[in-house]
Design a protein around this ligand. Structure first.
Ligand code: S3P
Length: 167
């Protein structure tokens, strides 16, 4: 069984994914890291050099490749992954999806410190970042809410989540 962690940028998918994988004795896979390895570049450079459309195609292809190669992993996806090419339906059909739901204010607090690493928000002023989070979350949330499990990112309990998934 694969477990897909989904949620907005900065919601803690990778950190939670690593802990969950350890708890469940499963492999941990970070989709962005696999893309970086396979394209031999960074997500930021990929966006800059090829543009978002190409990035989404590579992301979709990488997701399918990862799923074809493993059936026992916790997979942290990118914030936009579920929202393109029916990736959300694909993940729901191929494993258990978990949405790390987080309040826009908490996302802002976490992203304000790491803007530079993220192509979609680097260069934004604080006010523009907050506006981007609110607007983008509004369009993405209906997709995120198709997840099998929805947990609060701010008060995440890994043992509780592991129990929930297993039962
Ligand atoms: C993106 C989120 C990023 C990365 C890319 C695009 C998005 O992943 O895939 O910068 O569209 O929200 P994280 O959610 O891991 O930061």
């Amino acid at each position: 069984m694969n477990i897909f962690l989904i949620g907005f940028m900065g919601s803690g998918k990778s950190t939670a994914g690593k802990k969950l994988a350890t708890k469940l004795k499963m492999q941990f896979i970070d989709l962005d890291s696999i893309m970086e390895l396979e394209t031999n570049t960074t997500i930021h450079e990929l966006f800059n050099a090829r543009g978002e459309n190409a990035f989404r195609e590579i992301e979709h292809a990488t997701l399918k490749k990862v799923v074809a190669s493993t059936n026992n992993a916790v997979i942290a996806t990118g914030g936009g992954t579920p929202c393109f090419f029916q990736n959300m339906d694909f993940m729901n059909a191929n494993g258990v999806t978990v949405y790390l739901e987080m309040h826009p204010g908490s996302i802002y607090y976490r992203l304000a410190r790491s803007k530079a690493d993220r192509p979609l928000i680097s260069g934004k002023t604080d006010a523009a970042l907050m506006e981007y989070i609110i607007e983008t979350l509004e369009t993405r949330e209906p997709v995120y809410l198709k997840a099998k499990h929805i947990v609060k990112g701010e008060s995440l309990n890994i043992a509780g989540l592991a129990e929930k998934i297993i039962s």
